[in-house]
Write a protein that binds this ligand. Structure first.
Ligand code: GUN
Length: 292
């Protein structure tokens, strides 16, 4: 079994991005500028956004955090989006999800200028991705492709099973894995809460991508010997032995599954760190006006 180590890979990728920023600014380019809108103070979202901002500093980007109260209205969030659309200094921005349930995430995503949509959530970017046109790819699928590619994992003709059909991971992941390019050319099955015989389908997977958000759901009996297992889950579970009061769990029961895999991602220290690299890569492309 080989570990797909997000810590090692993400620090390599960040070093590459930092180098590209230095070259870009040396030629007179402006420092890439990423902004984030954070509504409320959900603990997990706070941690993710803080990590995105810290990563910007590490690679030489400018960053701006816009905080809105948990009580913010949809109109207030739309207004913050519009001011970032208009701000010529901001190359790309994200609205951290989830938003409070009274705010329509779809309406907010559609309000983002697609040229600044470095999360790749706007329908224009999703459509362009489906058509194989240049687009901002959403950060988590991008990070997973990068992991597969850098480990030179064969994907052509393989059976890739994706558990979870979310707009931000499962759905784009399934589209990207069947594209006529590397990493891709897989035969993809997408599974969800209504899927019959989930375990049997998973046991047939050469590449199993798990993104359903249920801690330790995938046990050894879901996994074929020699499979590649990518764990996208990041759930906080109470743990009184930890100083923080919680532990981070993936969707895969790592200790049980790892011995029978060819490759596996750990949680923490796996896909989550790669997601940030996807966001940074998209922001650099936005600064260079490479997409639209
Ligand atoms: N919440 C969980 N993942 C993401 C992400 O990739 N982008 C944003 N904006 N919110 C998230």
């Amino acid at each position: 079994m080989q570990l797909l180590d997000g810590k090692i890979l993400s620090s390599q990728i960040k070093a590459e991005i930092k180098q590209q920023v230095e070259e870009w600014t040396a030629q007179g380019g402006k420092k890439p500028h990423l902004a984030a809108i954070l509504v409320g103070n959900d603990g997990a979202s706070e941690t993710y956004v803080a990590s995105k901002i810290r990563s910007c500093e590490q690679v030489g980007f400018t960053s701006t955090l816009i905080r809105l109260a948990a009580t913010a209205t949809e109109a207030e969030v739309l207004s913050a989006v519009e001011s970032l659309n208009q701000d010529a200094d901001v190359d790309g921005f994200i609205v951290q999800l989830p938003l409070p349930p009274r705010i329509s995430e779809n309406r907010i995503m559609e309000a983002v200028n697609p040229a600044k949509d470095v999360d790749g959530f706007h329908p224009v970017n999703v459509g362009r991705m489906c058509k194989g046109l240049p687009a901002y790819l959403s950060a988590t699928p991008f990070g997973i492709l990068e992991m597969l590619e850098r480990a030179q994992i064969e994907t052509s003709g393989k059976h890739c099973v994706v558990i979870g059909r979310s707009q931000i991971v499962g759905l784009p992941m399934s589209i990207l894995m069947q594209r006529n390019t590397y990493p891709g050319n897989a035969t993809v099955t997408i599974c969800h809460s209504k899927t019959h015989n989930l375990k049997e389908i998973c046991r047939d997977a050469d590449i199993l991508i798990v993104a359903l958000g249920r801690p330790e759901f995938v046990t050894a009996d879901y996994v074929k010997t020699g499979a590649v297992v990518i764990d996208v889950g990041i759930t906080r579970v109470e743990d009184s032995t930890k100083k923080s009061g919680f532990a981070i769990k993936g969707d895969v029961k790592f200790d049980e599954v790892a011995p029978q895999c060819s490759y596996i991602t750990p949680v923490p220290g796996g896909v989550g760190l790669m997601t940030i690299c996807g966001l940074l890569t998209n922001t650099l492309k936005a600064a260079k006006r490479e997409i639209q």
